[in-house]
Design a binder for this molecule. Structure first.
Ligand code: NAD
Length: 428
């Protein structure tokens, strides 16, 4: 929650400016990287089940493709804005760069609430989104993927529309496809597991045994669920999760001091990551206000819901015991809150490093699609672990050597690689 007006793009630019100063980028390079290369905003007419036509607003923003085709998810969200998509596309550029995969940064979205759309209406919306962009996306141009409230099924409808328009098979158009339809095993787990691969390495660095730690998690969707699964598997205890309640239009935190039972909670969770309050209460969970996840007496916080969640308003409520924050979500911490976290010497695994597992696995999906040969799940997850661990150590080594904050170190590495690619291409 944030009482101040929040513009995610202004936040992404402020973070970039810090890196640009550190790297002494010249004016032209700053100008190039502070803004997206291309943006598309369009209307999508959709025939609804009752026969009426409704117009939805769609976006695609391509921030930078110096290191490879644009890559980034598509969100369906009622509060989607062009500035959110701009910020997310910029963060995608840094994300692909920090894990050193040959892709650039893009992002897309539609202003809609899929809770209120039938499957047929969602299919029409997906196909309409592709029709508006069929000349501007593609395996060698810009490759979409799922994000908040979009799934493998949405990706398959989009792929099918693109292949119908272009008459052929283009499995490299989109990632996050269903397994068996060009998707990669491990993609569903990849982002959440990636968060925990980096968290495991950070704990080693801090000399903390994972089995002695407790965590509180914001969100209970794709990223949160798999992060919790792996964290519990390696010995950690999660006492809190939170989610958005569609009926009450507010969020709640669900707490069980003895540790949450992931499998049991999943049984009472809808496909949007919403937990049934009454059933949770009957299962012994305390139902607290939405922001309560942040003030728990735990060692680790994992924000894995949305941007703008750790702010100047609530950062002071982070318990003294918290030693580590692993940002599963994109942009969960505002710059003013971030400063306080840095001063408190809480170890930060910044978003575009912590949650890069999804795009890394998407890259593996492209590689497998190109070969038309698909790896076993263990192989995918093993390769993912190697990539995430190596990216984490590059960043933490720089942070240690220069005595700088982890977010700054991640930015310096990521921005430097992109700037170098722009120079090498002769753009600046
Ligand atoms: P999701 O739609 O599967 O789940 C989102 C979860 O957040 C749900 O449980 C929802 O109830 C909860 N939520 C929404 N608003 C909330 C609020 N105000 N307070 C508490 N909970 C709230 O989404 P996801 O795919 O898990 O993505 C979560 C975050 O991770 C987003 O920032 C997304 O951009 C980022 N991310 C996702 C991926 C991916 O592969 N899915 C990759 C990288 C980054």
């Amino acid at each position: 929650m944030n009482s101040k007006p929040f513009n995610p793009f202004a936040m992404a630019q402020a973070q970039f400016d810090r890196a640009a100063d550190f790297l002494s980028l010249d004016a032209a390079m700053r100008d190039l990287l502070r803004f997206p290369m291309r943006e598309y905003q369009f209307n999508i007419p959709v025939r609804m089940d009752d026969g009426t036509v409704k117009i939805f607003r769609g976006f695609r923003v391509q921030h930078n493709d110096a290191r490879g085709p644009g890559k980034g998810g598509i969100r369906f969200h009622p509060h989607e804005t062009i500035d959110t998509v701009r910020a997310l596309s910029m963060w995608m550029t840094w994300k692909c760069s920090v894990v050193d995969i040959p892709l650039g940064g893009s992002k897309g979205g539609v202003v809609c609430d899929p809770h209120n759309l039938s499957m047929r209406e969602q299919e029409n919306l997906c196909r309409g989104w592709v029709r508006q962009l069929s000349k501007d996306i593609g395996p060698l141009i810009d490759v979409p993927a799922p994000d908040v409230m979009t799934s493998a099924q949405h990706m398959l409808w989009m792929l099918d529309e693109f292949e119908t328009i272009n008459r052929g098979h283009y499995p490299g158009l989109i990632t996050g496809k269903p397994v068996g339809m060009g998707g990669s095993l491990g993609r569903t787990e990849a982002t959440g597991y990636g968060v925990i691969f980096t968290l495991r390495e950070a704990l080693k660095e801090l000399n903390i045994k994972v089995e002695n730690t407790m965590a509180s998690v914001q969100g209970f969707g794709n990223v949160a669920q798999y992060a919790i699964q792996l964290y519990q598997q390696i010995g950690g205890k999660v006492i809190c999760v939170s989610c958005w309640d569609q009926t009450d239009q507010t969020s709640y935190t669900f707490r069980k001091m003895s540790g949450i039972d992931l499998q049991a909670l999943l049984k009472i969770t809808d496909r949007f990551g919403g937990i049934d309050k009454n059933q949770a209460k009957a299962m012994g969970y305390e139902i607290l206000h939405g922001d309560a996840w942040i003030e728990q007496d735990v060692d680790i916080l994992i924000p894995a819901a949305l941007e703008n969640q750790i702010t100047a308003d609530n950062v002071g409520r982070i318990a003294p015991r918290v030693k580590l924050i692993a940002e599963g979500a994109n942009g969960p911490t505002t710059p003013d809150a971030d400063q306080i976290i840095a001063q408190r010497k809480i170890f930060m695994i910044p978003d575009f490093l912590a949650n890069a597992g999804g795009v890394t696995c998407s890259y593996f999906e492209q590689v497998q699609s190109n070969m038309n040969y698909f790896w076993e799940k263990d192989e995918v997850l093993g390769k993912l672990d190697l990539k995430m661990t190596s990216a984490f150590h590059s960043v933490s080594e720089l942070a240690r050597k220069r005595n700088i904050y982890m977010r700054d170190a991640a930015y310096f590495i990521a921005v430097n690689r992109v700037a170098q690619a722009c120079r090498d291409r002769g753009w600046v």
